[in-house]
Design a protein around this ligand. Structure first.
Ligand code: HAM
Length: 421
């Protein structure tokens, strides 16, 4: 039996990888416009980092981690997300001693053992951005604006930005208590998971997808009624700043995120038309994450975009750009005795920075031309007996079918002229 890739993973074949390169390039460029610099962290970390960072009671830590013991019996975990790793690196390299805020971005695979479905994979890719060291609400707004900007530039002008504040250490305990008091009497109506959540993490009940839970919790206390003054002011400042940026949003007081580190601002970006998994990205403030994983009490905020979901939204909207052909010049020969001349032309073209290739299968001239067509090559260079004796090349412009001879020395100039390069 042949071996296939593991469930929930997929290959990005070359036709697809062009799209990824384009999307990743766009995200990198945009992040750099906003002053972010790239960080690359390992794809596995000590399990404890995620237990402490993401939170023991979250679905991610309870059910979804790829955890294994290495040969020295250390417990390691394939990263389910990137924020905890950034916080770990921020502490490990004492970045808190550098001028703040520190703005980082990352791109790469994340791993979650979840039931695969459209838009949900076990290995998926995120673009993430994190800002450490500032509690300024303008930072919250800037990050949200950057996320919207990225999705807009990728070709999705329609989005639904949900915004909330999940409170802080001062006000969340009373909100939590109010939730527990509300939920205890209706415990029987909730799913098994939510019954456990009442004690462990009652906020999570708010975004349970179970229909029964959704109905049971209508009328649940609203977090906004429990915000302390600081939280209220912070949230107002974020919304005012977004208004100035003319970024529209919906305040959604049911929005709590699936990770435990959030404080204050929480947000999610939904895009219509990509199925049930329509959250393209999400994030929020995590003012005590750095402390939780062993560093000083430095505030932070960030978001991550799921690249599979963003790309499928872009494709759905027909917003993919037209990519230039992979190969710009194809060398065709009328017989194998001209292969050495073809190599010489190839070498010259590649040295000049032109993407060039030739046939290695001994195809007939006709079949070589068909191959050039398949590759959508704009220029073919023909080499046969006449060209070899005269020291020339025949150029064929594939779009116009025009064909003419040039001196060998004019090859690069001629090709560049055709490609306008
Ligand atoms: P998250 O909401 O868990 O947040 O993930 C962010 C995005 O990653 C989701 O909106 C979704 O697009 C994508 N995603 C998550 N799980 C999957 C999956 N199984 N398959 C495909 N795509 C998926 C975080 O990970 C936080 N670290 C974001 C953050 C950064 N908060 C602060 N800083």
């Amino acid at each position: 039996m042949s071996i296939t890739g593991p469930r929930g993973t997929y290959d990005i074949l070359p036709d697809e990888s062009r799209k990824w390169q384009w999307l990743e390039g766009l995200l990198r460029e945009t992040a750099e416009l906003y002053g972010f610099r790239e960080i690359r962290t390992p794809v596995f970390e000590h399990t404890e980092l995620f237990q402490r960072g993401v939170g023991e009671t979250t679905d991610i830590v309870q059910k979804e981690m790829y955890t294994f013991a290495d040969k020295a019996r250390r417990s390691l975990t394939l990263r389910p997300e990137g924020t905890a790793s950034c916080a770990r690196a921020f502490i490990q390299h004492q970045i808190y001693n550098q001028p703040q805020p520190v703005k980082w971005y990352y791109l790469g695979p994340m791993f979650r053992y979840d039931r695969p479905q459209a838009g949900r994979y076990r290995q998926f890719h995120q673009f993430g951005a994190e800002v450490f060291g500032s509690n300024n609400p303008f930072v919250d707004a800037e990050l949200i604006v950057m996320m919207v900007d990225m999705v807009f530039k990728a070709g999705l002008p329609q989005y639904d930005l949900r915004l909330n504040s999940v409170g802080c250490e001062t006000c969340r305990p009373s909100y939590r208590q109010a939730l527990v008091s509300f939920l205890q009497p209706i415990k029987k109506e909730l799913c098994q998971d939510c019954r456990k959540r009442i004690e462990l993490n009652p906020l999570r009940v708010l975004d349970c997808k179970n229909q029964g839970c959704r109905e049971a919790v209508t009328g649940l206390p609203r977090v906004a009624d429990y915000w302390c003054n600081d939280c209220r002011q912070h949230f107002t400042a974020v919304t005012q700043s977004l208004d100035r940026y003319e970024v529209s949003y919906t305040v959604d007081d049911r929005l709590v995120r699936g990770l435990d580190y959030y404080t204050n601002t929480a947000f999610e970006l939904l895009v219509p038309g990509i199925g049930a998994q329509n959250a393209i990205g999400g994030g929020g403030r995590y003012n005590h994450l750095v402390r939780e994983v062993g560093g000083p009490d430095v505030p932070g905020i960030g978001f991550a975009i799921g690249l599979e979901r963003l790309l499928s939204g872009v494709e759905e909207a027909g917003a993919l750009p037209v990519f230039s052909p992979d190969i710009e010049v194809y060398i065709a020969v009328t017989g194998r005795e001209y292969e050495a001349s073809a190599d010489q032309a190839l070498r010259e073209l590649r040295r000049a920075g032109l993407k060039a290739d030739r046939d290695y299968m001994g195809r007939s001239l006709k079949a070589q031309m068909r191959q050039a067509d398949r590759l959508q090559v704009p220029v073919v260079v023909l080499i046969g007996e006449d060209e070899a004796t005269r020291g020339t090349y025949t150029i064929r412009r594939m779009q116009t079918k025009e064909q003419y001879e040039i001196g060998q020395a004019d090859l690069i100039d001629e090709v560049r002229k055709i490609l306008v390069k």
